[in-house]
Design a binder for this molecule. Sequence first.
Ligand code: FAQ
Length: 328
Amino acid sequence: MTEEEIGTEETSAEQRRFDEIIAADSRIEPRDWMPDAYRKTLIRQISQHAHSEIIGMQPEGNWITRAPSLKRKAILMAKVQDEAGHGLYLYSAAQTLGITRDEMTDQLITGRARYSSIFNYPTPTWADMGAIGWLVDGAAICNQVPLCRASYGPYGRAMVRVCKEESFHQRQGFEILLTLMQGTDAQRRMAQDAVNRWYWPSLMMFGPPDGDSPNSAQSMVWNIKRFSNDELRQRFIGMLVPQAEVLGVTLPDPELRFDEEAQQYVGGEIDWTEFFEVLAGRGPMNAERVRARREAHEDGAWVREAAAEYARKTTLRQAQGSETGVAA
Ligand code: FAQ
């Protein structure tokens, strides 16, 4: 047997082992062999997800200094910090696949990386904090609960904690809207206006319709995605309708109705032109979001340099200590 033939045989044995793990609905771990395309898809999805969490701090960060009370401010700060934490778990999960944090950051701040379309919309009023929590975190939970069972171990495990925190985020958003809806006419109008602006973009978070989703089929074979974009979007609409009734807000879709035959709510057509415009970088806030992230990265250069220097000195001290037998 030639060296090449041995190589092919080994690869197919590895491929068989990989296929068995997937077929058994078990988990692939960082040191396991995996096909290049699987690795690439995970790096793509997990890094985009991490970027979304980090860019997603900006729309709400905008209101931390203007939250209407100390209690609201404390809650909002905790939420935005949670999103930073989610970004960090996800960057770490992506790093286990062989991409560095520097590479991912560079892709983001040079505008080459995707992040969720939803974060390219402005937050002009306090009610936007309610609408983001209720709709954006609500959509995030709906999409991410099935990801807790993703076949790649570090991703699935990160999702478990992320989902627990997202459910607190969703409830705090619902409660902001409920308080506004029980307030003055002006507050009710402000809440309804925010729901009107965030409803359609939140449906777009689930990605393009199934027929235009090039990655779904393969990701479902690999047990990364468990449901299609349209299935999850449909589930989300079904969750929203009774919650909107409790809130007293109207979902801004005049065609929304309950289909007796399908036993589910069916909505009007989504404006996919808007979605693809945002993906192409032409949403209302795309340029501003990337600019703010780039500036924050540049402003933080001294922290990274100081940490690297501290690590260098610590390692040096430890090495000197072990040479002289003195603990560092
Ligand atoms: N925005 O073939 P598919 C959060 C891209 S939640 C931008 O269907 P796939 C919490 C897609 O990347 C938000 N791009 O792709 C929070 C692909 O582009 P590519 C983040 C989108 O991967 C709340 C192309 O379109 N959540 O952050 C979008 O199978 C409040 C074709 O699409 C996640 O990332 C979009 N909406 O399915 C934080 C969840 N949709 O790479 C702060 C994990 C699609 O081929 C405050 N991700 N694209 O050039 C996923 O579940 C999947 O990646 C999907 C897309 C469902 C998003």
